[in-house]
Design a protein around this ligand. Sequence first.
Ligand SMILES: [Zn+2]
Length: 469
Amino acid sequence: MKVFNTLSRQKEEFVPLQEGKVSMYVCGPTVYNLIHIGNARPMIVFDTARRYMEHKGYAVNYVSNFTDVDDKIIKKANEEGVEPSVISERYIEECKKDMKALNVKEATTHPKATEEIGGMIDMIQTLIDKDHAYVAQDGTVYYKTRSFKEYGKLSHKNLDDLRSGGRSLLVSGEDQKQDPLDFVLWKPKKEGEPYWESPWCEGRPGWHIECSVMSKKYLGEEIDIHAGGEDLIFPHHENEIAQSEAANGKEFAKYWLHNGFLNIDNKKMSKSLGNFFTVRDISEKYDLQVLRFFMLSAHYRSPLNFSADLMEAAKNGLDRIVTSVANLNYLLENAADGEAAEKEQTLLKEAEGYITKFDEAMDDDFNTADAVSAIFELVKFANTNASGASSKAFIQALKDEIVMLSDICGLIVDKKEEILDTEIEALIQERQEARKAKNFARADEIRDTLAAQGIILEDTREGVKWKRA
Ligand SMILES: [Zn+2]
């Protein structure tokens, strides 16, 4: 398997640090609002990479953080007159709902910045002790960027070029920096902001330190893959490397993977242009499986253009696979039992070629665009060759192959596996009884089970109503 490493700007053979295991850190969202479709791209593409590696037999330890202390969260909290944690908790829950609907697997660990402050203070202290950081008079701790000789190795920027553009790196309130290139590790509290005790001042961490600390805590000092959107290469990931490698004295991550930008009708997505979409907006018009399919129709490193036409095309594409599987299910119900005939055996050998094609595409830096093409070819092959005269074994084998490849992409194409209406009603009934008996734990558990299947419950005067998401 080859992956494109931003560090070397080359495709490299993937060799994990420990045989059979992959440690992977993906920078997660700042939780001050519903996630937008740009946030969804890294979630979907790196979830697909994870699924593929799991399919290949790797045990993947996948960590993705929630940034829950940030200016935007504080601003929103002040607007609503609530604690910042009310905002962050609300949007973590909403984000998890969207991830579920996008069929993005839960991370092995989803750490939150506010729960890791102690580790951040420890790492900042180590950086001060090693003379990679200093405390300014007002208590701000800055990272001494020039002290890290390899600074710029990820973004391929050189310190002198950065220096000449250094003015733009000066931020108001950071006037006690020794060098414009230095960045904040810890900053003093301001009125109305959450803060923590520290050896330097009551305050809060800068943004970059959290990922260095959480990655170390949950995955170790050296990890296999660090990933995120390409907008994070500089300065976020560059700063993470400077922090982690200076503090730990080891290479932070072996492979750096970055997904390309998502544009809307060939323009940058922005609120001011009126082309800003949350994942929730899209869910009003489409099953979010369509959004997932759309994202996978391009290679993750390519820029991706979002438009109404392309979403329609994605919907039709996904429908083709779902319809083919439904057709195979129908044939299965009516097929005679029995082994695959000799001619069918030959055809199944041929069908394996599409699986090989899929694997080759995914082994080539997770080329989902070509992998999806291989699924389409397999679908076409199944549509052509499976008929009422086919054996059960033959139809089942074709169906299993389509479902397996789709599943690696996180696409649910076998609607038969979905929960039946009667099962839903039985669970709702049980939930009502649990509530009556004040067994709220069980009631919540049932609600979550249903939510996982995309069933939304609504309590009304007439009782509980439900719908499929
Ligand atoms: Zn990060």
